[in-house]
Design a protein around this ligand. Structure first.
Ligand code: CTP
Ligand code: MG
Length: 225
């Protein structure tokens, strides 16, 4: 068995709104991408990281070729996150892929261990997820409530998501070819009839998406250290 981290980092971060793509913004002295890679490569079972970056990326540091004594390799990403993940999977040669957003720098060691353990031991693969905490409303016209939705079986999908590499490539290929909406790896596996295992993870494994998330991430990091 060989496990690699697959890190989609080919987005622009348009919602954060900075000129620099968000994965290169600094958080507590290190880029978001470095925080993310360091969290992943600190795990004893992860042998290396394949990072999908934009074709016109000029910000990936050429010095970032290894961390924790493990290789960091880049490949060119694609039009959507799913295409970037697919390119990175094809460029790697592992048995299992731990797919994790570059923009989630707060992954904890415990959550990473739990999702890897579940993902490699289950034929369905596994993903970190967090139970929905808010009361959910269904709207008709995006301004008026139709009704309250039962949240008892609803989860927010996080990353990492851990799958057998070849199975995930096949699933992403099928789902993308069919034009299905593929916003995470699990949705591609679901498309081919697999029910991935939900592993409850910390709600503070946030994806830096808006400017406010940067301040939140700084705060969470400071609390942890
Ligand atoms: N990503 C990618 N390739 C794309 C689009 C996104 O590798 N074509 C990556 C991003 O770099 C990020 C992760 O997928 O690490 C999650 O996507 P998201 O949070 O949407 O990041 P961006 O697409 O960069 O942000 P935005 O949607 O605000 O532009
Ligand atoms: Mg995006």
């Amino acid at each position: 068995m060989s496990i690699w981290a697959i890190v989609p980092a080919a987005g622009r971060g348009t919602r954060v709104g900075s000129a620099l793509p968000k994965q290169y913004l600094t958080l507590a002295g290190r880029s978001i991408l470095e925080h993310t890679l360091s969290a992943l490569l600190s795990h004893e079972l992860i042998a290396g990281a394949m990072v999908a970056i934009a074709a016109d990326d000029v910000d990936f540091p050429s010095s970032l070729t290894s961390l924790c004594g493990k290789p960091i390799v880049t490949c060119v990403g694609g039009e959507t996150r799913a295409h970037s993940v697919l390119n990175a999977l094809r460029a790697s040669s592992c048995t299992h892929a731990v797919v994790h957003d570059a923009a989630r720098p707060l992954l904890s060691a415990d959550d990473l261990s739990a999702v890897i353990a579940a993902g490699v031991s289950s034929s369905t693969g596994a993903l970190l997820a967090s139970p929905v905490a808010d009361t959910l409303k269904l709207s008709s016209d995006s301004s008026h409530v139709v009704r309250t939705v039962d949240r008892s079986s609803l989860w927010r999908a996080l990353t990492p998501q851990v799958f057998e590499r070849d199975a995930l490539i096949a699933a992403l290929d099928s789902a993308l070819f069919a034009g299905a909406s593929v916003t995470d790896e699990a949705s591609a596996m679901e498309f081919v009839g697999v029910s991935p295992l939900l592993v409850e993870g910390r709600a503070d494994n946030i994806k830096v998406t808006t400017p406010g998330d940067l301040a939140m991430a700084e705060f969470i990091l400071a609390q942890r250290s």
